[in-house]
Each structure stands twice: as structure tokens, then as C-alpha cells.
Design a protein around this ligand. Structure first.
Ligand code: C2E
Ligand code: CA
Ligand code: CA
Length: 878
């Protein structure tokens, strides 16, 4: 290269035109440019204000500028270089300004601020130009083109000078031109060929590869998913290894040149890391990678590759490569348009082939199957089915347009078939049949039908199925003159399991219980879930002799706690039993009788079973009436409910002295007169009325106590009974706070009585609730201790102030040694835990003597007083 030429061009760069190009370009494109000569340093002055210049100088450091300038190497035709700074929102590029032989004579340093990536709260000089990554890229391509255009004339002139000045160079040039012409003629011939695109491309790649003296030339295509690419054509110079086996389904991200831009990379180029990795991996020394666009996006990449041998691409090489790219592009376009018509029929066929339904075209006269798709063949791959369906296909009697529910015997599949007459391509009348496989739909319908008879939670049959089966058994037994029985089970206090432990545990427990019952011998399959916590069992005539055993087995199931996930849950059952057919005319009365028997069992104390008794009919009717009245009483503002007070005595120097009272509710019903709590509290819990009733008692009792405290008895306390349903309300503590605030009672004078029912199943929850109560300063008493599942552990774990020993122990104390021992043990334990003990149901003085021996400090019972109305209590104890 003649150094004079270079100098000439270098000097010409530094002119006003460059400055004005820079000024207007920066303004129009919202970025910053600086023109730097490769050896002369800065050639233009900054376009912009002083604050902008300071900002750019500060962020576009001298090192970064140097790095960009240095990465442009003579002969490397790569024109744009991207660099990254420390901030994502700052964009850096270098665009080469090249001389005629591809030598770099200067660089545009480009800087942009991406407004979409600006961190929140960042302060920028007011005048700073903001762009986006996308428009920045577009501006860079523009400056690249402008620069090329600007120098094109100069480069041409220079090239000519070079050629003229160097005879040898000119000779080579002519030789290569001739060679190029030859190759081009060959390529153009290929272009016109009717061969497939792949064949044509292969020929062209070969010719171009030979001309450029590459080792490999290839076309890579991005797959429709946009994720992978395949090498679809490749030419390899003799004796070299093909790359295509390695380029199958390669992720696009591992191919750094696949970003829509052209790359020309000579062996001496300083490469970005991604390219470096890619080149080393495939032993590529140099390459030209050119995108071929279809519909504005790169569909293919044309690659000229030099493997294993160094290569510097010349401008001439690049021009040739670009020509090849243009040729391939036009071949591709031509094939695409030609194909779109020619392939429309095959596309249609492809669609039909893969359609979800079977399609057949039949000529009824010739009995020819003119067309059938894949799906049809798969549907009728069974020999029996195929023969049968062919009968239908060609049967002229089928004039209906649809056959719904055709059943193929061979495969057991079901089909809906639609039939239409159409005109075939050659004009003859043919029949088009479409087959829809409806097997799954039918199975689904069957499942839905079954589900209507099935309980989703337990998988048992439901009430509907139960009624059907009872009716069936009734008729069979009657005809055979045999007996059968139906059992109805209702879990005791299941509402409190659901309320207390949550519906998930409730459901799990139900499922567990359901399966345990169903697994009992002779029951299998005849167990039904007929209500929330109600089950029925049919003991049919064949098993009737086992009735007693079945009943016994069910009851013993409930003797022990249920273990779920390692936790023990307590739940008992009440059961009613009806035998049939007996005097019954039809089966419809069986369920009613079962309900009556069941209620009988519940009324007589739960956890038991009872046969239907005609006399109990009336009881049930009565119960329904009572429930209605109860609902009315609550809706009526609880006016019918009255709180009675039974004094609680404290032994002061062995002398029983009143220290307060337990609030006990009474219902003065218009219809029933005085109703005691045992007769309506369970129903109130079941009907969810207990929360309102309980709140009413709590308010009343607290108000009364506050009155006693204010009128001479500041030490009097009041005890209020709480149902577990009440206790587990989410807003219970809020309600308590409200009452405390409204009445102004000293919280220490309010004792809440709870039973251990919640603690049995969820001690943690119980403890949390009780601690909430005590954190308000109120006291907690454990009621009815000794009944149910009492365990000494509860006393230790529950935060308690008082233990109330159930009256059963007190009444038995004289006759039963165990009762005496029980009271003694509890009182001693309570003493050590610093908890008060109250004995309930003290009726005789003898009992007081017994209690006197133990450390019991509180007592309650008819011996001292019955529950009294508020007035009576106050006139006696105030
Ligand atoms: P409880 O909490 O064990 O109340 C003591 C029961 O024993 C009261 O029956 C009381 O009248 C009775 N009693 C007291 N001393 C004696 C005696 O010496 N001998 C005999 N045989 N009985 C005695 P009552 O008032 O019929 O209440 C029954 C149950 O109803 C209560 O048992 C309590 O569990 C519940 N209850 C009462 N009021 C309420 C209330 O406001 N809310 C809730 N959730 N339950 C209540
Ligand atoms: Ca009580
Ligand atoms: Ca009690």
C-alpha cells in the first residue's frame, strides 16, 4: 500500500463536511458522535452544550474510546463494534471509516442514553438527548451507510489508482474477474433451474466456495420456533470435514452472528467473547456471515467459512459474497411464490391428514375409496371394524346426513359420522364421510351419571343411590318373604370438629370413617353417605343374620380414637336401626323411621344405637317444632332467655361462703314453658344459634356481676359457660373485649367455663384461645372434668384457673372408692399446679365432709342452693 494515498485520504477526512454531518446527525438521531482519525486523534468538535459534553466525557471514558478505536484493524471488514460500559442504559458503538483497501482511517465514536433502561431517580443534565436501544441501532446503521457512501467515490478513485500503479495487482484483478464471470454464469444458469431450492443452493454454494477459496460454505436456516437453527445446505472443499452434522438443531443463541446483521471477520480481528468461543469451538479462523431476509426478518444465513487456515477478507471478497447472497435471495423468493400455488393442494391434504377427525371420499358406483386420511386409517385399524365401516361407507341406503352413536364392535369405540354428497375433482358425484371419535365423550357421560350416584368426598354412594337400593331391597325381601335392615349413623358433635379443627380435618376424618365402616365384613359396598356426617348401611336379606354383629362392629370402631397423620381424634356415633319389610307398605317410610330411631339414640345420651320404636315418631315431630320455636326466640332478640345464677361457695376456714355464681340459661318459651339448657343447647349449636344466645348470656351475666361488685361484693365472680362453637369464632376475643369495655367489669371477676372437647383434638389451638382470654385478665375454668376423654395431661397443658369436677364423682363418692380417689388425685394435682378445684352437684352434708379431707376450695350444688333467678339470687346473697 502506498503511504501517500493513505495520507491523502486521512487529510480529507478532517473537513467541514464531516463536522456538519456530525452536527445534524446527532440532533436528528438523539445521540452523540465524535470523529476520530486513526492516527490523528479527534477530527470533529463535540456537537452539543457544555453540560452534555461533560456528561459524555465522564461516561465515555478515554480507555473505552481507545479500546473501540483499537479494535478496528486494517483489512477486517467488520464496520461496527459494540462495547459495554458499567451502566446498562449507556450505549457505546464504534463505526469504522475505511479507505479503499478496507484499511481503517478513522472511527465514529457513538454514544447514546437509553431512556427505557434509565434507573429510577437518576439525575441527568437537562439537555441530554435520550434514545432507545432500537433507534440507536438504526442510527448506527445509518451512519455506517452514510460514511460508506461518502467515501465510496474516494475509495473508487483510490482503487483505480492502486490498480494502475501496480501492474501485477491489475493482472491478478483481471484474472479474478474472469474467474468470477465464469462462476457467475454458472450460478445464473442454476438460478433458472426448475430444481428444488436446496439443489440450486447446493450448486451455488459450491461455485461460490471454490471462487472464494473457502473451506466451507453453508446456509443456515432458523427453525419456525425461532429457537434452533439447522444447516440446510453445505459445500465442503475436498479433503475437509463437513460442519453440517454438528449444526442440527443448534440453539440460535449459541450462533453469535444470528442477530440480523452482516459480519465479515478476518483472522486477525479482535472478537467479542461470543464470537471467540464460537470460532474456537468450530476451529473457524475467518468467516463472512450474511443474513438473507424474507418478509423483513432473517430467514437464512449465508456463511463463508475458512477453517484451519488464516484468512483476511478483501473488499472484493465481501462484494462477491454479497452478490451470492442476493442471488440466493431471489432464488428463494421465486421458489416461495411458485410454491404457494403449487403447494396449496398439498397443504390442504396435509391439514386433512392431521385433522382430529377421519375423512373419507368414496365412489359408490365403483366402490372405490378415492381418498382417506391418516386419522381414518388409525380409527379403523381393526380388521373387524374396517370391514364393518366399509359396508356403511358404500351403502346407498344411508341417505341421512348423520349417524350418531355408531359403535365399532372390534375396538369398542364410538363414532358420530356425517355424510355429504360432493363433486370430486373430475366432476363425478362422490360421498364424503367424516368420522368423529366420541368414545371419550361417552365414557365421560357415563362417569357423570355415576357421579350423580356417588359422594365425591368419600367415594361412597350417596343418598339418592341409597334410596334406590333400599327400595330395591324392600321389594326383593318382600317377595322372598325375608327380612332386611337399614342402619343410620350420625357422628356425635361433628359440628364441633368442623368448627374447631377446620373443614379439612373434618373432611379427612369423614373419609377415614366412611372407609372404615365400608370395610366391615358383610357391609362392603352397601354403605352410603346420606348427609354431612350421616351414613346409612343396608344389611340385605342375605346378610340379615349378621345384623347384630355388624352393629357391634360399627360401635366398636368408635371406641378408640381415630388416628389421622399421627394425630388422634375423638368422635363417637349415634345409630338408629329399622327392620323391614315388617308392616311397611312401601320403602319410603324407612328413611323417616331411621331418623326417628337415630334421634332416639341421640336423645338418650349419644354414643349408642337404638331400634325404631313406633312411640318415638312423636318425639321427632316434637323436636322439629322445638327447633322452629328456638329459632323464633333467637330472632326475637333473645327475650325469652333468662339467666339464672347458682351460687358458688368458697370454704373460708371450712365455712362455705358465697363467692359468686355460675350463670345458667333458662328458656321461658311461650309454647313450652320453662325449657332447661340440656334440651335446647345441642340444637342451638347445630342450628348455629348458640353464638347469639351465648353472647346474650355473657352480656347479661357480666352486667349482673358488675352490679354485685358495685353493691357491696367486690369479690363476687361470675362463671359463664361457653360452647366450643362460640369459643372458636374468629372474632370471639373481639366480642369479649367489647363486653368487658361496655360493662366495665373487673376482668378478673369473669370466669369462662370451657369443656375439654376442643383440647382433645387440637391442644395448640385450645391453648392459644385460652391464653387470649387470660391475656384480657379473665379466668378460665375447665368444666365437667372427669367425663368424656379426660386426661391429666390436659390439666397440665391448658392454661387454667379452676377445675370443675363433674357431679357424677361427687354423687358416687360414698359408694365408689374410685370416685373418691379421683377427686383426691385431681385436687392434689391442682394444688401442685396452683389451680382451684370446684366440686359440682353437692347435695348432701356427708359429701361436704368427704370433700373437707381433700384440698378442694370451691363447691356448688343443691345442698347450698339451686340456680336462682337474678332477683332471688340478689335478695339472698347481696
Ligand atoms: P353445667 O355447666 O355442668 O352446669 C351445672 C348443671 O348442674 C346445671 O344444670 C345445674 O342446674 C345442675 N346442678 C347444679 N347443682 C346440682 C346438684 O346438686 N344436683 C344436680 N342434679 N344438678 C345440679 P342446667 O342449668 O340444667 O345446665 C345444664 C348444662 O347446660 C350446663 O351444665 C351447661 O353445660 C349447659 N349450659 C347452661 N347454661 C349455658 C349457657 O349459657 N351456655 C352454654 N353453652 N351452655 C350452658
Ligand atoms: Ca358449667
Ligand atoms: Ca359442669
Amino acid at each position: 500500500m502506498d503511504s501517500n494515498n493513505r495520507v491523502a485520504i486521512e487529510l480529507e477526512v478532517n473537513n467541514e463536511a464531516m463536522q456538519s454531518l456530525q452536527d445534524s446527525f446527532c440532533k436528528a438521531n438523539n445521540l452523540y458522535l465524535m470523529c476520530v482519525g486513526k492516527s490523528q486523534g479527534q477530527l470533529t468538535t463535540f456537537s452539543g452544550t457544555k453540560p452534555e459534553e461533560n456528561f459524555v466525557d465522564y461516561n465515555f471514558t478515554a480507555e473505552l474510546r481507545r479500546e473501540i478505536i483499537d479494535s478496528f484493524v486494517d483489512g477486517n471488514v467488520e464496520n461496527v463494534i459494540e462495547r459495554y460500559g458499567t451502566e446498562e442504559y449507556l450505549l457505546y458503538r464504534g463505526v469504522a471509516i475505511r479507505g479503499g483497501a478496507g484499511e481503517c482511517i478513522g472511527v465514529w465514536l457513538c454514544f447514546g442514553v437509553d431512556k427505557e433502561k434509565l434507573p429510577i431517580g437518576i439525575q441527568l443534565p437537562e439537555e441530554i438527548r435520550l434514545t432507545t436501544a432500537d433507534s440507536f441501532d438504526k442510527s448506527i446503521s445509518l451512519i455506517e451507510n452514510l460514511t460508506k457512501h461518502y467515501f465510496a467515490e474516494k475509495i473508487k478513485a483510490q482503487a483505480l489508482k492502486l490498480k494502475l500503479s501496480d501492474e501485477k495487482q491489475a493482472e491478478i484483478e483481471i484474472e479474478s474477474r474472469l474467474k468470477k464471470n465464469e462462476i457467475m454464469t454458472e450460478i445464473l444458469r442454476d438460478m433458472e433451474s426448475e430444481d428444488s431450492f436446496a439443489d440450486i443452493a447446493n450448486n451455488i454454494l459450491g461455485a461460490a466456495g471454490r471462487y472464494l477459496e473457502c473451506t466451507n460454505t453453508a446456509l443456515l436456516q432458523i427453525n419456525p420456533d425461532g429457537v434452533d437453527a439447522d444447516m440446510i445446505c453445505e459445500w465442503v472443499v475436498k479433503g475437509r470435514e463437513a460442519l453440517s452434522p454438528k449444526f442440527k438443531q443448534v440453539p440460535v443463541i449459541s450462533l453469535p452472528f444470528m442477530n440480523g446483521k452482516p459480519y465479515t471477520i478476518s483472522s486477525d480481528a479482535v472478537l467479542p467473547e461470543l464470537f471467540e468461543v464460537f470460532f474456537i469451538k468450530h476451529e473457524i479462523k475467518a468467516g463472512i456471515f450474511l443474513p438473507i431476509n424474507v418478509n423483513d426478518s432473517a430467514a437464512m444465513y449465508l456463511c463463508f467459512i475458512s477453517r484451519g487456515q488464516e484468512r483476511k477478507w478483501s473488499v472484493e471478497d465481501l462484494r462477491f459474497a454479497n452478490d451470492i447472497k442476493r442471488i440466493l435471495h431471489s432464488v428463494l423468493l421465486k421458489k416461495i411464490t411458485a410454491n404457494s400455488l403449487a403447494s396449496s393442494y398439498s397443504a390442504l391434504e396435509a391439514i386433512l391428514q392431521n385433522a382430529g377427525y377421519g375423512v373419507v371420499v368414496a365412489d359408490l358406483d365403483t366402490k372405490d375409496l378415492l381418498y382417506k386420511n391418516e386419522t381414518f386409517s388409525r380409527m379403523f385399524d381393526n380388521e373387524i371394524d374396517r370391514l364393518a365401516i366399509e359396508e356403511i361407507i358404500f351403502d346407498k341406503r344411508y341417505t341421512l346426513s348423520e349417524i350418531n352413536g355408531y359403535s365399532a364392535n372390534g375396538s369398542g369405540k364410538w363414532f358420530d359420522i356425517s355424510i355429504a354428497a360432493i363433486e370430486w375433482v373430475d366432476g363425478r358425484e362422490v360421498r364424503l364421510l367424516t368420522f368423529y371419535d366420541t368414545t371419550e365423550l361417552r365414557l365421560y357421560q357415563k362417569k357423570v351419571e355415576k357421579q350423580a350416584q356417588e359422594d365425591v368426598l368419600t367415594g361412597l354412594y350417596n343418598r339418592q343411590a341409597c334410596e334406590k337400593d333400599i327400595s330395591l331391597e324392600f321389594h326383593v325381601a318382600k317377595k322372598l318373604n325375608k327380612e332386611f335392615a337399614v342402619l343410620m349413623l350420625d357422628l356425635d358433635d361433628f359440628a364441633s370438629v368442623n368448627e374447631g379443627l377446620g373443614y379439612q380435618i373434618g373432611d379427612d376424618l369423614l373419609e377415614y370413617i366412611a372407609h372404615s365402616i365400608n370395610d366391615i365384613s358383610y357391609i362392603n359396598g352397601k354403605c352410603y353417605r346420606v348427609g354431612g356426617d350421616e351414613f346409612a348401611v343396608i344389611v340385605d336379606h342375605a346378610n340379615f343374620k349378621n345384623l347384630d354383629m355388624i352393629i357391634k362392629r360399627i360401635m366398636t370402631l368408635f371406641d378408640n380414637p381415630w388416628t389421622l397423620n399421627g394425630q388422634e381424634y375423638y368422635c363417637t356415633v349415634s345409630m338408629g336401626c329399622v327392620k323391614g319389610p315388617g308392616d311397611l307398605e312401601d320403602s319410603s317410610a324407612i328413611l323417616t323411621r331411621l331418623n326417628i330411631a337415630l334421634h332416639g339414640a341421640k336423645n338418650r345420651g349419644k354414643n349408642r344405637f337404638e331400634f325404631y320404636d313406633a312411640n318415638s315418631d312423636a318425639i321427632v315431630a316434637e323436636k322439629v317444632k322445638l327447633e322452629q320455636a328456638l329459632r323464633r326466640a333467637v330472632e326475637d332478640g333473645c327475650k325469652e332467655f333468662e339467666v339464672y345464677y347458682q351460687p358458688i361457695m368458697e370454704f373460708v376456714n371450712s365455712i362455705p361462703t358465697c363467692c359468686g355464681a355460675e350463670a345458667l340459661i333458662r328458656w321461658n318459651s311461650l309454647e313450652y314453658g320453662l325449657v332447661l339448657p340440656d334440651q335446647f343447647i345441642p340444637q342451638a349449636e347445630k342450628l348455629k344459634l348458640i353464638n347469639t344466645i351465648g353472647q346474650h348470656v355473657l352480656e347479661e351475666a357480666t352486667r349482673s356481676c358488675k352490679h354485685w361488685n358495685d353493691f357491696g361484693h367486690p369479690e363476687y365472680k361470675v362463671n359463664v359457660n361457653l360452647s366450643v362453637v362460640q369459643l372458636t369464632q374468629v372474632d370471639f376475643i373481639d366480642k369479649l373485649d367489647e363486653v368487658l369495655k361496655e360493662t366495665g367489669i373487673n376482668p378478673n371477676n369473669l370466669t369462662l367455663e370451657v369443656t375439654e372437647s376442643l383440647a382433645i383434638n387440637d391442644m395448640d389451638r385450645m391453648v392459644a384461645i385460652l391464653e387470649g382470654i387470660r391475656s384480657r385478665g379473665c379466668r378460665v375454668a375447665l368444666d365437667d372434668f372427669g367425663t368424656g376423654y379426660s386426661s391429666l395431661n390436659y390439666i397440665r397443658t391448658m392454661p387454667l384457673d379452676t377445675i370443675k369436677i363433674d357431679r357424677a364423682f361427687v354423687s358416687d363418692m360414698n359408694s365408689d372408692h374410685f370416685s373418691e380417689l379421683f377427686v383426691k388425685t385431681i385436687s392434689e394435682l391442682a394444688d401442685s399446679l396452683d389451680v382451684d378445684v370446684c366440686v359440682e352437684g353437692v347435695e348432701f352434708d356427708k359429701q361436704i365432709d368427704m370433700i373437707g379431707k381433700f384440698s378442694v376450695n370451691l363447691a356448688q350444688g343443691f345442698f347450698f342452693d339451686k340456680p336462682l333467678s337474678k332477683d332471688d339470687f340478689e335478695s339472698k346473697y347481696l
